[in-house]
Design a protein around this ligand. Structure first.
Ligand code: ATP
Ligand code: GLA
Ligand code: MG
Length: 520
């Protein structure tokens, strides 16, 4: 699936037929508003979608493979290059506006040629654009030399991925921004892998030490398939198809309307989990692979639980599933403290002083914790890796997962997939502690109404849930949520309309060259 980002000539290349009419209206409005704002037509639109993660939660930053898919909701950025921007000497100008101008006010920046400053302490929407800009410029400089002079740009954004809703509006925004900057600066063939890699690293500049799943799903996805993304030995992605099933399977995404702001909660939620997984890796490795240090890798803190597996089984030819079972029992017998580990306890085992540990693991992204729950986090990660592999093998070898006596029904196959998703939810709730009571409720309601499998998706602590529902039960599940959950919240009409989405796998990033006042 490597290759270059497609340049679309029609919205038909981007959206499924059922979405075309609505999207054409939306894109035409974007072009019109661009002209009203800036007095000219944009030259192109860069587009990147949100994603829903089907299975493989909170394991991407431990460098284990995940299975997300792109959704229809996306970020579109209309862009024009300004030739005479009248910027100060040594600077270029970036004007960014948003169709939701009250919520996301317009800004104009003069940026020095050499560097892009991002203040991660301020939660400002344009930081996401700047992080895409910074990443794209680093790549352009690598290609064209350090005195490369970026072009001045006018940009208008329209994002339809709910912000902070677990469907990765942020990665859609950063990927679309980086793509826009590359294309505007003359890169008409943008390599998907290079774009994804730079988007992964540059999004961290906003203050969340995230993994690489969201950007990969946003850039690489192909319409009609989920995406199996792997991070080692290098970033790769391949399509995974859902076989025909009876009853037919659908993915239903349901909002909890609990907004989880990762910037605010990072020190006790997301960023803390990244630290806990990295410390678990260091601690476990120090005990089970004495004298064999963890190799530096592309994990956000430079080592990973995947690295522990690589070191421990370096000379082994055991099948991966057996390696993982052994690691799970080693976690059980090595990381025995249910109540968590103090910095002192960890530092002693991994051969650092406490200040060294703080400097190494908690200085770039500060965290607040007295104890680190190494046992629970490592158990979640290794058991989740097993679930991803089982899910994939069920999808790719459906026949061996069918009950031979059940005729044309694929009920056993459907249930096996659903069970794995339910187990993920249990593990996220109990071991990883990234669920919340609202997400638990949405899952319980859906299962009672006929969902095969229900779980949180994305970072959790709020945001969205994903449900594997037989097509003939979708209405029943929706109705149950309405009566038992949504009717109890004070939702606006817009929120009600967006609360539940039946999602088909959508396509990834694209550029659309604008010709005239409307799109085709
Ligand atoms: P998750 O990472 O859990 O999947 P998410 O990516 O939607 O969910 P965040 O990573 O917290 O959530 O990113 C949300 C931020 O992205 C918003 O606070 C805002 O700054 C920016 N953003 C998202 N959508 C838009 C938009 N349409 N316009 C402007 N900024 C947006
Ligand atoms: C967020 C991050 C991803 C991933 C998920 C949890 O969406 O951006 O990298 O870690 O959480 O699976
Ligand atoms: Mg995000």
């Amino acid at each position: 699936m490597a290759g270059t980002v497609p340049v679309a000539t029609s919205l038909k290349d981007i959206y499924t037929d059922d979405a075309l009419a609505e999207q054409t209206g939306r894109w035409d409005r974007l072009l019109k508003e661009f002209k009203t704002n800036y007095g000219r037509n944009p030259q192109f639109v860069s587009r990147s979608p949100g994603r829903v993660n089907i299975i493989g939660e909170h394991i991407d930053y431990s460098l284990y493979s995940v299975l997300p898919m792109a959704i229809t909701a996306d970020v579109i950025l209309a862009v024009a290059v300004i030739e005479n921007a009248h910027a100060s000497e040594g600077h270029y100008k970036i004007k960014v506006a948003n169709v939701q101008s009250a919520k996301f006010p317009a800004h104009e920046f003069e940026i020095p040629y050499g560097s892009v400053d991002i203040d991660a302490t301020v939660h400002e929407w344009t930081n996401y654009f700047k992080s895409g800009l910074r990443g794209a410029l680093a790549l352009l400089r690598k290609q064209h030399g350090t005195d490369f002079k970026p072009k001045s740009l006018e940009i208008l954004m329209d994002g339809s991925v709910p912000a902070g809703g677990g469907l990765s509006s942020s990665a859609a925004f950063v990927s679309a921004s980086a793509l826009a900057v590359m294309y505007a600066n003359g890169e008409t063939s943008v390599d998907k892998t290079a774009l994804t890699e730079l988007a992964i690293v540059s999004e961290r500049a906003v203050g969340v030490n995230s993994g690489g799943m969201d950007q990969s799903a946003s850039v690489f996805s192909l319409r009609g398939s989920a995406l199996y993304v792997s991070f080692v030995p290098s970033l790769t992605a391949r399509p995974v198809y859902f076989p025909a099933s009876n009853p037919e399977l659908t993915f239903v995404i349901a909002q909890s309307f609990v907004v989880s702001d990762k910037h605010v909660t990072g020190p006790v939620c997301y960023n803390l989990r990244v630290v806990e997984c990295s410390l678990a890796a260091a601690y476990l490795n120090a005990i089970i692979s004495k004298g064999h240090p963890l190799p530096a890798d592309s994990g956000p803190l430079g080592i990973s639980l995947h690295g522990v597996q690589d070191v421990y089984f370096k000379d082994s030819n055991k099948p991966v599933s057996e390696q993982l079972s052994e690691l799970i029992s080693l976690v059980g017998s090595t990381l025995t403290k249910e109540e968590g580990y103090t910095r002192e306890e960890i530092a002693e085992v991994i051969g650092l002083t406490v200040p060294e540990l703080n400097e190494r693991f908690t200085s770039t992204f500060p965290v607040r914790a007295e104890k680190f729950m190494l046992r629970q986090r490592a158990l979640h990660v290794y058991t989740e890796v097993v679930r991803v592999l089982q899910f994939l093998s069920i999808l790719e070898d459906p026949k061996s997962h069918l009950d031979a006596d059940s005729g044309s029904s694929t009920e056993t196959f459907n249930c096996k997939l659903g069970d794995l998703m339910n187990e993920t939810q249990d593990s996220c709730r109990d071991f990883y502690q990234c669920s919340c009571s609202e997400l638990d409720q949405l899952c319980a309601i859906a299962r009672r109404a006929g969902s095969y499998g229900s779980r949180l998706t994305g970072a959790g602590w709020g945001g969205c849930s994903v449900h594997l529902v037989p097509a003939d039960r979708v209405e029943a599940v929706k109705k149950a949520w309405e009566t038992e959950y949504y009717s109890k919240l004070n939702l606006t009409e817009e929120q009600k309309a967006g609360a539940v989405v039946v999602s088909k796998p959508g396509s990834g990033s694209a550029v659309y060259v604008v010709d005239g006042d409307t799109v085709i």
